[in-house]
Design a protein around this ligand. Structure first.
Ligand code: SF4
Length: 459
């Protein structure tokens, strides 16, 4: 995204000419992106990949909980509303059964570098269910030294007893969704969560010794203005988050039906979205946050900032990470696993997922087997999204490509962007003024047919 002087140096008409305001491009949390997954990956291959994990290595584990108390209109997550605990209790049983399948196949000595519970609303689980699930997970794969255990916490759905259970289980990082603190915006997007509720949740989280806090905030929401954005960011800063993700609201009512309740005419224009992003961004930088990739900010002593400075920043399904594990195992309906050989995704529908696991087999329904230049292109895209540059020496060392071929790739990308990029003997660099175009530049290195997928706005 833009640098401090990015928009000033590359004026909006130029950005418009390069297609920024109309482009729909992937966020590249994987390569290839999920719409390109296919049936090449099924249960057998997934089992092979699990049994092929290096004994004694560190892996990450993601647990998906696809339930919420109520369904917020803006949210495009695949999640079910429930007012009772029964479906959640039944689902946790299935998660435990999937963990049993894993336990029977995982090599010896594997530990966790990261454990993340996401959703949906994982804090919908009652405290006993949380303990039960955490115990089973850690029996199957214990936390390794310095591991991070993070949970997405809904400030409307948390209390002392649940935080007691999570803290006892070893949770050490909390993630909260804020969207925007403005009343009118909250009502328009169908998610009311006052500042006081959020503040009380954050205080409770910290009182339980959970010192690391992530927060998500959105730009591009209906009725959002620069002054409302400023007020919301200032309120968020008063909570002292360690990391902030500043995501663009993606209005896709043809895909996420609930968004039909949001009036399209109250949405900011693409140019206004860029200004809203820039407004929030400047406030984070003024408050001495480091800028991480295209849409994250972190305190100077946070692990993400350290990873950025030491060239170890990575991209994963949660956005940016400092996790260096080669394998991510996704457990639960729709969860995606990543291996050195490819991606594997569980059946997205909870019913199909549950049926497979209850029948004693994994629920892998599709994925992607890396072939050809996939791994090379995945790294080129990750490098651009994380560091705004590609280091040729690293690519030539780690991948099977000649210097000439790599240089030709750079030249093609540069030509697409009117030679705004810098191509040198060291590699390809996106200068600060061209950073609003980063996702589009990354797309130049994507060999898959992008017309297949419904991606979000480039800004
Ligand atoms: S924003 Fe959170 S609580 Fe609301 S529907 Fe999405 S996942 Fe559920």
């Amino acid at each position: 995204m833009p640098s401090s002087n990015g928009i000033a140096m590359i004026v909006k008409p130029q950005l418009a000419k390069l297609g920024l305001f109309d482009a729909k491009v992937p966020r590249y949390t994987s390569y290839p992106t999920a719409p390109h997954f296919n049936n090449d990956v099924g249960v057998n291959l997934y089992e092979n990949w699990i049994t092929g994990i290096k004994p004694g290595s560190s892996v990450s584990l993601y647990i998906h909980v696809p339930f919420c108390r109520r369904l917020c209109w803006f949210c495009a997550c695949r999640t079910q509303g429930t007012q009772t605990d029964n479906p959640v209790i039944a689902y946790v049983d299935v998660l435990k059964a999937e963990l049993d399948l894993l336990a029977a196949r995982l090599p010896q000595g594997v530990t966790l570098s990261r454990l993340h519970w996401g959703g949906g609303t994982p804090t919908l689980l009652n405290p006993d269910l949380m303990r039960d699930l955490a115990t089973r997970i850690l029996d199957v794969i214990p936390l390794g030294p310095g591991a991070e255990f993070s949970v997405e916490i809904d400030p409307n759905e948390i209390d002392q007893a649940r935080l007691d259970a999570l803290a006892e289980a070893g949770m050490n990082r909390a993630s909260i969704g804020v969207q925007d603190f403005d009343d009118e915006i909250q009502k328009t997007i169908g998610r009311v969560q006052s500042y006081d509720t959020t503040r009380a949740a954050v205080d409770m989280i910290r009182a339980h010794g959970i010192t690391s806090l992530n927060a998500d905030i959105l730009y591009g929401l209906p009725h959002q203005t620069k002054s409302r954005m400023t007020e919301s960011v200032q309120k968020l800063l008063s909570l002292n988050p360690d990391r902030v993700a500043l995501y663009g609201y993606a209005h896709v009512p043809w895909m996420a039906k609930r968004q039909q309740l949001i009036p399209s005419d109250a949405l900011p224009t693409p140019e206004q979205r860029l200004e809203l992003f820039e407004t929030a961004r400047r406030l984070f930088l003024w408050d001495d946050y480091a800028e991480i990739g295209i849409d994250h900010f972190a305190t100077q002593d946070d692990g993400l900032t350290h990873a950025l400075r030491t060239g170890r920043l990575k991209r994963n399904f949660q956005g940016y990470t400092d996790d260096q594990a080669e394998v991510l195992i996704g457990v639960g309906a729709s969860s995606i696993s990543r291996f050195p050989q490819g991606y594997a995704q569980n059946a997205p529908a909870t019913s199909a997922y549950t049926k497979a696991i209850r029948e004693g087999r994994f629920a892998t329904s599709r994925g992607h087997l890396f072939k050809g230049q996939d791994i090379l292109r995945a790294r080129l895209i990750e490098a651009l999204m994380c560091d705004f540059q590609i280091n040729s020496a690293e690519i030539l060392r780690d991948h099977n490509i000649s210097a000439q071929e790599l240089n030709e790739m750079y030249q093609r990308a540069n030509a697409d962007f009117n030679n705004l990029l810098h191509v040198t003997k060291d590699g390809l660099f996106i200068p600060p003024e061209a950073r609003p175009l980063t996702r589009m530049i990354a797309r130049s290195f994507d060999a898959y047919d992008l017309s297949k997928a419904g991606h979000s706005s480039a800004i």
